[in-house]
Design a protein around this ligand. Structure first.
Ligand SMILES: Cc1cc2nc3c(=O)[nH]c(=O)nc-3n(C[C@H](O)[C@H](O)[C@H](O)COP(=O)(O)O)c2cc1C
Length: 200
């Protein structure tokens, strides 16, 4: 079994989603001792925005790509292969300005590729990534769960589902920038959910 841990926080060692996803991975690997871990950290592997140059690289025939375009496509290919190879994805998900971290959006721009990770058919899109499970550690300064301000849960469910990954489970740590007691309560609930989820 291969675990892909994706860290998307901009807060380095102060990141709560990094901390909680580390705790999740530690507990998960204790239970599944043969599992192999790979970490993709956007702090060290920056994901560029989808712009006209990247789109052009992806749509240029392989034999006609410039050196720069070869590099851009090779990077996107490596992200796709890493995702294809994983069985379990543990995603740290901070909320920044009511959205997912912008590099996470760019990540999906890199891995959503027609004919490779999804197909359009006469009956609609079909995701090509199968038999994967995603655990999301969602960290928020405020409280958004089940409210219209939670723009993240629906988006991630949609994009993973589009790629064929329909088994997506969320663990929330909320109220982290409210007062200390609310923060402690949010962390306590998240940690309890991690333990229960890993125990299955
Ligand atoms: C740039 C920035 C924007 C933020 N925007 C929001 C927001 O829109 N809503 C919210 O509830 N919390 C917001 N927060 C608080 C974060 O969600 C909270 O600090 C969370 O712990 C971030 O996860 P991390 O520690 O893993 O980076 C923001 C924090 C930062 C640094």
């Amino acid at each position: 079994m291969k675990i892909l841990q994706i860290k998307t926080s901009i807060l380095s060692q102060y990141s709560t989603s990094n901390q909680l996803s580390n705790e999740f991975v530690d507990q998960y690997m204790t239970k599944h001792s043969a599992a192999k871990l790979e970490i993709l950290d956007f702090e060290t592997t920056a994901i560029p925005h989808l712009d006209s140059k990247l789109l052009s690289a992806l749509s240029t025939d392989q034999s006609e790509r410039s050196n720069e375009q070869v590099k851009q496509v090779a990077f996107a290919d490596s992200l796709i292969e890493q995702l294809q190879d994983s069985d379990v994805i543990v995603l740290g998900l901070p909320m920044y300005n009511f959205n997912v971290p912008s590099m996470l959006s760019s990540y999906f721009d890199h891995v959503a590729r027609a004919g490779v990770t999804f197909n359009y058919t006469a009956t609609g899109p079909v995701g090509l990534l199968k038999n994967k499970k995603v655990y999301v550690m969602a960290t928020r300064g405020g409280i958004h769960r089940d409210l219209p301000s939670d723009t993240q849960t629906g988006y991630l469910t949609q994009i993973f589902g589009f790629l064929g990954i329909t088994d997506v489970e969320f663990i929330y740590a909320e109220g982290l920038n409210m007062d200390d007691s609310i923060k402690e309560q949010g962390l306590k609930q998240a940690r309890a959910a991690i333990t229960t989820t890993v125990a299955g």
